[in-house]
Design a protein around this ligand. Structure first.
Ligand code: CTP
Length: 207
């Protein structure tokens, strides 16, 4: 199958030397890419900046901002059969990117942010994607309810939900524990290496 994977954080520029980002390491998405190639799939990995090695055999498209990621997914998604949106895309970005470095002035400074485009949310409605669609949810409370709402709102077949209030799993960890929320059921995936979860997710697809 042809599989698109988004991974990593995004960087939203404030000025030429500063940006807003988040703690995503990219490890989960890269593990899915590696497992997919090992299972014989053709993989395009669209990733924000990470320090993880790109797995052999993966087509790699590096991006920086949420807007870059939106445009990259828009171009490639129509020719894909499955997609895993594991990227931690910024929900808001600076309204204005200053051309020159912002100089210190008063004691306070206010940064105006505007909502970014929801890449996963556009997959069905804007890009017309009809393949298998998996999104991720990072939650600190009401994991299953929030994940199920996301599943319905974004037209996904699966939401992989993580409890990010725990420091032993998720973000920079090599391990993960997840709730796999489907339209008709919820599965608990016990704590294991991200590689194990990646293999489990890929095994759900037909080659
Ligand atoms: N996502 C995306 N584009 C965005 C924001 C999120 O593609 N601009 C995707 C992520 O890759 C992930 C899922 O949407 O698969 C996460 O959903 P989201 O609603 O953004 O989760 P939260 O950021 O946790 O949202 P909220 O704060 O509303 O819970």
């Amino acid at each position: 199958m042809k599989i698109l994977i988004t991974a990593g954080p995004t960087r939203e520029a404030i000025d030429p030397v500063r940006y807003l980002t988040n703690r995503s390491s990219g490890k989960m998405g890269y593990a899915i890419a590696e497992a997919a190639v090992a299972a014989g799939h053709q993989v395009l990995l669209i990733s924000g900046p990470t320090s993880v090695d790109v797995p052999d055999g993966v087509d790699y498209l590096p991006v920086e901002s949420a807007d870059d990621m939106y445009r990259a997914v828009e171009s490639y998604l129509p020719r894909m059969e499955a997609a895993f949106f594991s990227a931690a895309v910024a929900d808001y970005a600076p309204a204005v990117v200053e051309e020159q470095k912002i100089k210190k002035s008063g004691d306070e400074m206010t940064l105006k942010l505007v909502k970014t485009k929801d890449v996963l949310g556009a997959a069905r409605t804007v890009f017309g994607f009809t393949g298998f669609l998996a999104g991720f949810a990072a939650e600190t409370e009401n994991l299953e309810i929030n994940a199920r709402n996301k599943l319905e709102k974004k037209g996904c077949d699966l939401i992989v939900a993580n409890d990010v209030s725990r420091s032993d799993i998720g973000f920079d960890s090599n391990e993960n524990e997840a709730l796999l929320v489907f339209a008709d059921r919820t599965e608990r995936f016990p704590k294991a290496a991200k590689h194990e979860l990646a293999c489990h997710l890929i095994s759900m697809l037909a080659v």
